[in-house]
Design a protein around this ligand. Structure first.
Ligand SMILES: [Zn+2]
Ligand SMILES: [Zn+2]
Length: 124
């Protein structure tokens, strides 16, 4: 009888130790999880900052004017193929060369700058 009781006490002791260990493991796990959450959060912040930098980097003014006729290019914004020099839709049709780098508009028509048009809210 005594032997059984001793064994029972020993087993209870082992169970208690196991429970303590489990508790410590739980703490470790929650620390790991909160650490992970922190890492993820800081990564998200980094990503957000990177995006903000990218969107802010090519700084564009609020208004734009064609360097040739000095008016708002309501007929569209175009750029020469060599350097993307800006010219409005009207001037593009009347010019044979890029006013800035002499790029041949007849052989290499300027390309439309849809992104700039959208940025400046120019109707197409
Ligand atoms: Zn123009
Ligand atoms: Zn040009």
């Amino acid at each position: 009888m005594f032997a059984i009781q001793a064994k029972f006490t020993a087993l209870s002791q082992e169970i208690r130790e196991a429970e303590t260990l489990l508790g410590r493991l739980d703490e470790d796990a929650s620390e790991l999880i909160s650490g992970l959450a922190l890492a993820e959060a800081s990564e998200a912040v980094d990503a957000a900052e990177a995006t903000a930098e990218v969107t802010a980097a090519p700084h564009m003014p609020d208004e734009v004017e064609c360097p040739v006729c000095r008016t708002q290019p309501t007929s569209g914004i175009f750029g020469c193929r060599s350097h993307g020099h800006m010219v409005c839709g009207v001037c593009k049709d009347s010019l044979e060369h890029c006013p800035q780098c002499e790029d041949d508009f007849k052989a290499r028509p300027p390309t439309r700058k849809g992104l700039m048009e959208r940025h400046f809210g120019i109707k197409q």
